[in-house]
Ligand binder design. Structure first.
Ligand SMILES: Cc1cc2nc3c(=O)[nH]c(=O)nc-3n(C[C@H](O)[C@H](O)[C@H](O)COP(=O)(O)OP(=O)(O)OC[C@H]3O[C@@H](n4cnc5c(N)ncnc54)[C@H](O)[C@@H]3O)c2cc1C
Length: 415
């Protein structure tokens, strides 16, 4: 075992984003000696909308005391638009989404891990990883070598650890989205309605989304497409796609000001669901590294924190890979599976996006289910049960469609 300055460690966490910091905090509080390695120096930015559903404060109550240390912006209104312009506003009397700037939020989470007792080494980029009989060996670009009995790989969507250990052979093009966005001060670019989260589905008719996320003093504006759809439906280069999207928003009076090219950061997000194998031997994957993102909304921060925490809990309870898979499947498995299914179903035919938006407008009950889910007032499973009882015909149709799709996929595979 070796760690910082030859101090022995029990667990190395690769990556100090939401997944890694949360894992490190839980491990350190559980008495493990933890070392976090990150290639960046914090505070560092991570291209992200920074929208957190409020349930994060129910699942991680310690955030209630910590969040006042950074700038946040609470949102109560969500605007959703289908291609063709049909739209709906879901308003709530309580905040549903908390907007953060990742440069601040991630620094805060890493600080909480440090406060709990985790060691952090910045500027260490891992380029190789291998499992040995008694340890995991990690090699850094600068030649340093680190070893520990157990590793949490929380090194994001391009995870070197997952690739080097053969857990991720590379994301298929329909399992990853290219998100093109900028986070810009409001003196340069501004959302006209700073109190609403604005989302449009299938802009340009591709399998994707566009958004305006207002924050305190900043705005995030972006557009993202599943990579296979970006290649086939969208001809232009990322910056041109983004600038055309912002120009369209400006023409419609939704934003004011100019893009800042220096703040433009295209980045990938895994939307195809978790990898088939999310832990092997001495290594546990958390967050984007394991594909833990809601495939419909592209929400990933919450799932990164949950899987970081569960990987740490598993290690504290004996480090069984089976236990890890059981725990994450129990807590978030159904939600991730359903999100993937919803995404495939809705985007298989973009007219369904309009029907979805119309459905939310027509049945205010659906909107209140959305709010309960986003705020953590009810679990995904609870909300799904209530939806089924309230709209049995719609639910039955969705289930039938689901099995139809699986049958078609099976026939295709057999042919
Ligand atoms: C443009 C965009 C918008 C998004 N908007 C939202 C949103 O509004 N809400 C939401 O919930 N989710 C959003 N997501 C998804 C969200 O950003 C991710 O799911 C989340 O960041 C995953 O956290 P993580 O800790 O797994 O990985 P990351 O946040 O990517 O952290 C990984 C860490 O590992 C480090 N690292 C990487 N490689 C190495 C290496 N080889 N050696 C050492 N360190 C390494 C990195 O420096 C980084 O600090 C968005 C994603 C994108 C791309």
């Amino acid at each position: 075992m070796s760690g910082t300055a030859n101090r022995p460690v029990d667990v190395i966490v690769v990556g100090g984003g939401p997944a890694g910091s949360t894992a490190a905090r839980t491990l350190a509080r559980g008495g493990a000696r933890v070392l976090v390695l990150d290639r960046a120096a914090f505070p560092r930015n991570k291209p992200c909308g920074g929208g957190l559903t409020y349930r994060v404060t129910t699942r991680f109550p310690y955030l209630n005391d910590a969040l006042p240390r950074i700038s946040t912006h609470a949102i109560r209104r969500l605007y959703m638009e289908a291609p063709g312009g049909e739209s709906v506003v879901v308003a709530s009397d309580r905040p549903t989404v908390l907007m953060v700037r990742r440069v601040e939020f991630d620094h805060l989470l890493l600080g909480l891990a440090r406060e709990a007792g985790a060691d952090v080494l910045e500027g260490v980029e891992i380029t190789r990883a291998s499992q040995q009989s008694a340890a995991v060996r990690l090699e850094a670009r600068d030649g340093r070598v680190f070893e520990a009995p157990l590793v949490v790989a929380a090194d994001g969507v391009y995870s070197v650890v997952a690739r080097r250990l053969g857990l991720n052979p590379g994301w298929p093009r329909d399992a990853v989205a290219l998100d093109m966005m900028e986070e810009t001060p409001t003196r340069q670019l501004r959302a006209v309605d700073g109190g609403t989260l604005w989302v449009s589905f299938a802009p340009g008719r591709g399998h994707g989304y566009g958004y305006i996320f207002p924050k305190q003093g900043f705005v995030n504006v972006g557009v993202g497409y599943v990579l296979s759809s970006y290649s086939s439906d969208i001809a232009a280069r990322p910056l041109a796609v983004h600038e055309a999207f912002v120009a369209g928003l400006r023409e419609r009076g939704l934003v004011e000001g100019e893009c800042d090219r220096s703040r433009f950061t295209p980045y990938q997000v895994p939307v195809g669901g978790p990898l088939t194998e999310t832990a092997r031997g001495r290594v546990f994957l958390a967050g984007d590294a394991g594909g833990f993102v809601n495939g419909f909304s592209a929400e990933g921060i919450y799932f990164a924190m949950v899987t970081g925490d569960l990987a740490a809990q598993t290690i504290l309870q004996g480090a069984s890979t089976r236990l890890f898979e059981r725990m994450w499947r129990r807590e978030i498995g159904a939600e991730l599976k359903n999100a993937r299914f919803l995404s495939q179903f809705v985007f298989a035919d973009v007219s369904r996006v309009a029907r979805l938006v119309r459905g939310v407008r027509q049945f205010p009950g659906v909107a209140s289910l959305l709010v309960d889910y986003a705020t953590g007032a009810d679990t995904f499973q609870g909300v799904r049960r209530r939806f089924m009882l309230r709209f049995p015909a719609v639910f039955a149709k969705l289930v039938v469609n689901h099995f139809k799709q699986r049958w078609v996929a099976w026939r295709r595979r057999e042919a």
